[in-house]
Write a protein that binds this ligand. Structure first.
Ligand SMILES: Cc1cc2nc3c(=O)[nH]c(=O)nc-3n(C[C@H](O)[C@H](O)[C@H](O)COP(=O)(O)OP(=O)(O)OC[C@H]3O[C@@H](n4cnc5c(N)ncnc54)[C@H](O)[C@@H]3O)c2cc1C
Length: 457
């Protein structure tokens, strides 16, 4: 179905069960969860799918080593639970989307022997929390092995490293796969469609007024439930419901950069845990290049957030402490910025210490807002949200299926399957996969391009 056909179908609906606003990880995950349970679902995204935060992540499927450190340092049970759940979600994520994810070894380099017990014990605890869902055991890598895996590391003073595993995935394509999978379960999914107003009957929400950003046309869509999955924009939709409502989110920006071919991708990702402001930085192999990120600064809400010079300086300053030779601005080929939707804790002055969990709120007029969390936990977030909507509105729906639901593209996929494709469809070799992934638009056009050329054969 093309966009016009989908649009016509949406306009003909007398009502849907769920109108999901937002086509990022959260919204696409919810659309899939709800549609696979038999609910009638419409998802609207004002830009393109994963054009917001979800296409600008570090592309790690992880429990969060840093959050575990905080859990231990502050005896914080919630953080501990968050890491544990994240590690279990990591397993389902990789299992249900093997074509877009893989286990990735990472190394935390050691420049002082005194760091060894702390890092070793921390990462063993990470293994322990993952339990049977672990991706591989962590362990000590000596000087030689560490350099084999990350040849660019500063050699002076290097003792070795601790190696561990997390997952890596293609965030934009994952969001698209979730959306396509939801569509195959009957959801009507449309981009460039903005929810501009919430409709009410009495004081209860009864749907939304939608504006087609391509044509300017507006129309009303009645819905049993409207779900606000707009990430950093959640407070805007909440304010359409109630202009007096207190903000739920603090928004922080994260910048990534990509280094040029002079910095070949390492075999293992590099975790730098001793930054000047107690955050962590990653240097990751990504599409044949090095991806570096990220920063964490309080930011203004914008649809297309801009990279500021200070963030580039910050990343280069830290890279110069661990890479030899140190990269300069001339070595940067791409930069981008994403906004984290962090559930606001008025007591926290430092956004690195805001709890990275999610909240689900139902307003007095019935707007369901889901905000916060991380990509890794999209499935669990969707499950909890749909459970709540179904229970509160007494909808007729099956139990959640998503733990065992391969996403679009996973069926029949095998690790070496691309070789078979190249043999069967020689023209696919002509497809130039540009390693510079500048944003979700690029990823999608590459994917669609490749598919079209194969189909033409
Ligand atoms: C720099 C950075 C790195 C990160 N790295 C990781 C990582 O490695 N691993 C991990 O697990 N998590 C990571 N995260 C967190 C993760 O990316 C986010 O938690 C997740 O992508 C949020 O998804 P979302 O769908 O809630 O928001 P978004 O992706 O922002 O989606 C919300 C969508 O709603 C749309 N929208 C807003 N208003 C309207 C409206 N009125 N009508 C229609 N549509 C609307 C927006 O256009 C947007 O596309 C990272 C985040 C950042 C910023």
């Amino acid at each position: 179905m093309n966009r016009t056909e989908i649009l016509n179908q949406i306009k003909q609906l007398s009502r849907c069960d769920l109108l999901v606003v937002g086509g990022g990880a959260t919204g696409c995950g919810i659309a899939l969860d709800a549609a696979s349970r038999g609910l009638s679902v419409v998802l609207v995204e004002q830009n393109d799918f994963a054009e917001g935060t979800s296409g600008r992540s570090s592309k790690l499927v992880h429990g969060g080593v840093r959050y575990l450190e905080m859990a231990v340092k502050h005896f914080d049970r919630d953080q501990y639970q968050l890491v544990k759940e994240g590690l279990h979600e990591r397993y389902y994520f990789l299992r249900n989307a093997p074509h877009l994810c893989h286990p990735l070894p990472l190394i935390s380099p050691l420049y002082r022997w005194s760091q060894l017990p702390y890092v070793w014990i921390g990462l063993k605890l990470y293994d322990l929390l993952a339990g049977q869902h672990g991706l591989g055991p962590s362990g000590y890598a000596d000087y030689q092995r560490t350099l084999e895996e990350v040849p660019l590391l500063q050699k002076e003073g290097l003792k070795g490293g601790i190696r561990y595993y997390d997952g890596q995935f293609n965030d934009s394509r994952m969001a698209l796969s979730l959306a396509l999978c939801a569509a195959s379960h009957g959801a009507l999914i449309i981009n460039h469609m903005e929810a501009v107003e919430l409709l009410k009957q009495g004081n209860k929400i009864s749907g939304a007024l939608l504006k087609d950003r391509l044509s300017g046309e507006q129309f009303a869509l009645p819905a049993a439930a409207v779900v606000n999955a707009t990430g950093p924009f959640s407070d805007q939709l909440r304010q359409l419901d109630d202009p007096q409502v207190h903000p739920l989110l603090a928004v922080s920006s994260g910048v990534h950069l990509v280094l040029d071919a002079g910095y070949p991708p390492p075999k293992a990702g590099l975790l730098l845990s001793e930054t000047e402001d107690q955050r962590v930085l990653f240097l990751l192999p990504w599409q044949g290049r090095c991806l570096v990120g990220t920063t964490d600064q309080a930011a203004e809400l914008r649809e297309h957030p801009q990279v500021v010079e200070e963030d580039i300086d910050y990343l280069l300053r830290h890279l110069s402490q661990v890479l030899d030779p140190a990269p300069t601005r001339e070595n940067i080929t791409a930069v981008w910025c994403g906004l984290r939707p962090l559930v606001h804790d008025p007591r926290a002055h430092d956004s690195a210490r805001v709890l990275r969990d999610f909240v689900i709120e139902e307003s007095s007029s019935g707007l369901f807002t889901i905000a916060g969390g991380k990509w890794t936990s999209y499935r669990r977030m969707a499950e909890k949200l749909v459970d709540k909507v179904v229970a509160n509105l007494n909808l007729n729906a099956a139990a959640c299926l998503s733990k065992d639901l391969p996403v679009h593209g996973a069926q029949g996929w095998q690790p070496g399957g691309w070789q078979q494709l190249v043999t069967d469809f020689p023209a696919i070799q002509e497809v130039e996969i540009n390693p510079f992934i500048l944003g979700s638009r690029r990823v999608k056009s590459v994917a669609v391009d490749a598919r079209l050329r194969v189909t033409k054969q």
